[in-house]
Ligand binder design. Sequence first.
Ligand code: FES
Length: 56
Amino acid sequence: MYVCLCNQITDHEIRRAVEDGCSSMRQLRNELGVATQCGRCGNMAREILNEHRQSV
Ligand code: FES
């Protein structure tokens, strides 16, 4: 599922980034470019980050 349409970033890519060590929105932004354009994906990206961080 696409989370960030502007940059074509999927939930799978966000989870993988968390598994690879991303633990904040700032890191996700730097690593993947999520929420760097319109910003509409920010809330969903943060939810995925927080949920997945707890399960890693
Ligand atoms: Fe992610 Fe626009 S949908 S920056």
